[in-house]
Each structure stands twice: as structure tokens, then as C-alpha cells.
Design a protein around this ligand. Sequence first.
Ligand SMILES: [Zn+2]
Length: 299
Amino acid sequence: MENAGGNAYGKATRLYTKHCKYSEQWNPWHPFRSALDIQLAQLFSQQTITWIDQHLSRGLDNFTIQSLQLADDLRNILSELDFGLSDDSWIVDASHIFGTLYYRDIFKHIQFLLAHLSFEAHLKFEPVHLANSEGHRIYSEMIMGDWWWNIEDQFPAGATIVTVMCASDKTHLTNFSDDQHAWLLHLTIGNNRKDICQIPKRCTWIFVRLIPCPTNGAKNIDEAWHSTLGTALSHLRHLVITGPGLNWDCPGGFQRQCYAHLAAWSGYYPYQVMVAQVSYGSCPMCESPKCAPMGHSTF
Ligand SMILES: [Zn+2]
């Protein structure tokens, strides 16, 4: 059988180890040490710094809490909660000609999704062929598609393809100061199971770009959209697919030779038109004549 890719190389050394800070095993309470510590921290969050310090120094918790000794420790622990996705992960580019652009390092966020231990059972690193008892192919996840099999050949043997999915939309910001709108970009990876990606509280979609929209009627709307997108996704654009790839951790505790690859774009029709840079009314995927019946042409 041909090599389907997705090989593991050596033990994880980066993000994966963060959750194993206090033991060899994954600590599901990270950055706290135990469930009890989380319960007490929730109680402390309603109190003042002085109250917490006195409570801990007098041993009123019966010296059971292990994660912190002072109120300041709690603040430090909480800053680790985001797993590197805190507010300061935003890069602000005020010099952009289309307005202030806010964006995040997408590779850092893809690594987060790829190494998050709670996704361990749901992440897949190689394509599969699945068929029912009558031999008919089943397509329900991205890894089951022919597309994944086809692009494997373009990457070095054993490579793990991290399929990046983007979703863009416009959001309304204000009513009383010129009806301000902004363009948002969210990102996730297709290696994760689709039903997990659909659960909002699993936080698989990460917000990675924000820029104010040009005013209605502006001539450079498409240019603004693509130019700011190019900045936000520059890592992805410049990754050499024939190169050595990126050694990223997976939640199984291994390193993989990863190649982040843009795979899908989710958005309403106007955004599909803008991404594909076709005229309104055209199909963004094929050359069907305008207003042709639904379905893509085969040429
Ligand atoms: Zn079409």
C-alpha cells in the first residue's frame, strides 16, 4: 500500500510538554494542579487580593491548595490559561494603508490546535479510504476525500498535512459613528473531526484577523481584503512544501513533520466571489456560464 503520510518522529518537546508540567501524565487541570485547586481558585476570584493572601497564609484552606501560595500566583496561573492565546498574542499593524490591521501568528495557533491534548482522540494525520458493506466510498470527514490523497504526492514521504480551513465574514461594530464594520477571519484545521469543530465551547475556530472595512462604495474593497489577508496568512503563503516542514507536536506525545496547507474557505457567496476574484454571479469554482443551473461544470 502506498505511504499515506502522517508519520511520527520522536518525542514531543514543545507545546505538548506544557500540559505535563507537574507529572509525566497529561494534567487535564492545567495550569492548575488538581480539580480542588480549580474549585478554590473559582472561590478566590470573588475576593480581594488581601483576602486571598490572608486566607492562604493562615491556612484556612487547611493547606490543601498546591497551585498557589499568594494572590499574585493566581494571576500568573490565569495568564497561562489561554495556552498562548492571550490578548497579547495580537499583532497590531497601524501602518497598513487600509486601516489598522489586527492579526495573530497563525502558525502558533495551528500548533495549539494540533497539540491540544483534549483533541487527541479526534485528530487524524493521514487520509483514509472508507467504504460501506456494498463497497461504496463513504465521505464524511475531510480525511476521506480524494483531495487529501491527491495532494499527499506533492509533499515529502511521511509528511503530515495540516489542512487549514478559513472562514471569513463581516461584522457590525457601531451604529452611531458611521456604521462601522470589520472583516473577521477565523481558522481551524481539517485534521480535527468535523463534529468537534462544530461545538462552540471546544473553541476549535480561532479568531486570527480583524480590520475595519472600507466605507461603502470604495473602489479598493477587494484590494484591501486581499492585501490584509496576505499579511495575516503570510506564513502559510511562504511555507515551502518541498522543504523540511515544521516539527510540531501532536497530542499523542510525538513530533511530526508538518506542512500547513490551505484546504477550504467557508463564507457566504459574496466572500467566495471576493476570495476567488470572479465577477458577481459567476461560480467561484468552475467556468459555468453566469446564471447556469446549479452544479459545477466538469471542464
Ligand atoms: Zn461551479
